[in-house]
Design a protein around this ligand. Structure first.
Ligand code: PLP
Length: 458
């Protein structure tokens, strides 16, 4: 075994570097800071969503093109944020623009089905190996329906979820997303911690939380709640605290466990679907769950979502006993963009392209980590990856708590100040690649990272 010499992060130095980088960043965003003051007169906080207000300040965007993004101050970036991973088609892709333009000229909304449905359904069935699909407008709606489908088909109310996973902002599952360490309770029995104010206590009582990558504790949760669990929802690879891969056998073990207890397994593939491989996590890890929730990448940048499931699970919907409804479900603009994204842009070749850029990213980042002796490693697959600032593998949310946020913030500042737009650092966000990203873009990312590594290690 090769023992790697590493140098611990010097947090005092990191604090100093943060101050320097913030001082450099602030003047670059004068227009954003100014515009926010105007917006916040009548828009709460001056932003459309709380998670667009990541520290140090919200950055307002002017436009995007391919792999590039321009903010309203005129700064140009290579975009690795890509709208929280939704824009793997890149910005303003001509095929998506054409599809949306054509659809818009024919009417933007009917609340009636249109003739894109069969092609999209067939494409998703091919990718994710589930026969039946419905559409919605966000990842939140997709997981809401997954929770309800599992409950409807079992007549049970309890759900099991993973500590540290986010499944959207509805009341059924917005628990223990980034829970405060002071509130999480023992690892063997994590507390179900609401992520937002205003979620009724009654919902909390319907959710059990377990750590990722621990089959024994999932089994225990099922056994302690025998006959009461409708199903379990899991992000097959966790993507909201860096990328955490499932250990071999874990996902299949969960599926067997759910079925042994007369419950269902749902994969939340909102982030992994159509990004980590053509067939998402189903393809990469070779496990077909009972339900797959999709959103983000499948819509080519439009508000989208999809729920795939077995015929058994869809039976109450087909029988008219369960209304899976929404005014904008299957909206013609979303369907046109989705069809173009799935059949013309995110073809099997696209995933080979992600593989090439991903290999360059990982090779470069690993080499920097090695040379500088950083206690960190690189992880991810396909269009998704992250540097994890830990010497030992992060297998679950509680391991990720050991990473000081100042490190991820500084890494973010170094990229942002050097022309790389990244997702907010607060949850150790991943990077996303688009079909426009090249090995030169990967090199840019690596070069910035090398500057960060040199600064913290010197
Ligand atoms: C894994 C996962 N599920 C669900 C959601 C919710 O999706 P949306 O923001 O489209 O409602 C997200 C959003 O980031 C997510 O990462």
């Amino acid at each position: 075994m090769v023992v790697r010499e590493t140098v611990a992060f010097d947090l005092e130095k990191i604090d100093r570097l943060i101050q320097e980088e913030e001082a450099e960043l602030e003047p670059k965003h004068r227009a954003s800071l100014e515009y926010r003051k105007t917006a916040e007169r009548h828009v709460a906080g001056g932003v459309a969503s709380s998670w667009q207000d990541s520290p140090p300040h919200a950055i307002f965007v002017d436009h995007g093109q391919g792999n590039g993004l321009w903010d309203i101050d005129g700064n140009e970036y290579i975009d690795f944020h890509l709208g929280y991973g939704a824009m793997v088609v890149g910005h303003a892709h001509p095929k998506i623009v054409e599809a949306i333009e054509k659809a818009a000229r024919r009417g933007t909304h009917f609340a009636q089905p249109t003739r894109d449905l069969d092609v999209i359904g067939e494409n998703l069935a091919d990718r994710f190996r589930l026969p039946l699909w419905r559409f919605c407008n966000s990842g939140t709606e997709a997981t809401l329906e997954a929770a309800r489908l599992m409950r409807a088909n079992t007549g049970r109310d309890l759900l099991i979820k993973i500590e540290g996973s986010y499944h959207g902002h509805h009341d059924a599952l917005m628990f223990s997303v980034v829970p405060d360490p002071a509130k999480i309770g023992p690892r063997e029995h994590p507390n179900t911690v609401p992520q937002a104010m205003g979620i009724p206590k009654a919902f909390e009582e319907l959710v059990r939380v377990v750590p990722f990558n621990d089959l024994a504790l999932a089994r225990r949760a099922f056994e302690e709640n025998r006959g009461r669990v409708a199903g379990m929802i899991v992000e097959p690879a966790m993507m909201n605290c860096g990328v955490i891969m499932p250990e071999p056998g874990y996902l299949q073990g969960l599926k067997d466990l759910c079925h042994e207890h007369g419950a269902y397994l749902a994969f939340d593939e909102v982030k992994t679907g159509a990004t980590i491989a053509y067939g998402g996590a189903v393809e990469v890890f070779g496990v077909v769950p009972d339900i797959v929730c999709l959103a983000k990448a499948i819509g080519g940048g439009t508000p989208c979502g999809a729920i795939g499931a077995t015929e058994e699970l869809y039976a109450p919907v087909l029988a008219g006993e369960y209304d899976m409804a929404g005014t904008f479900n299957g909206n013609p603009l979303t369907m046109a963009a989705s069809r173009a994204a799935l059949t013309e842009v995110l073809t099997k070749d696209a995933y080979e392209g992600f593989g090439v850029v991903d290999a360059k990213m990982k090779e470069g980042l690993r080499s920097v980590i090695e040379t500088r002796g950083l206690p960190a490693y690189v992880t991810g697959v396909g269009a998704k990856g992250s540097v994890v600032y830990s010497e030992t593998p992060v297998r679950e949310y509680r391991d990720a708590l050991g990473v000081d946020e100042r490190i991820t913030y500084l890494a973010w500042l170094f990229q942002q100040n050097r022309g790389v737009f990244k997702s907010p650092w607060t949850k150790q966000e991943t990077w996303t690649l688009s079909v426009w990203h090249t090995v030169d873009d990967a090199q840019r990312y690596v070069d910035n990272f090398a500057e960060f590594a040199a600064a913290v290690a010197s």
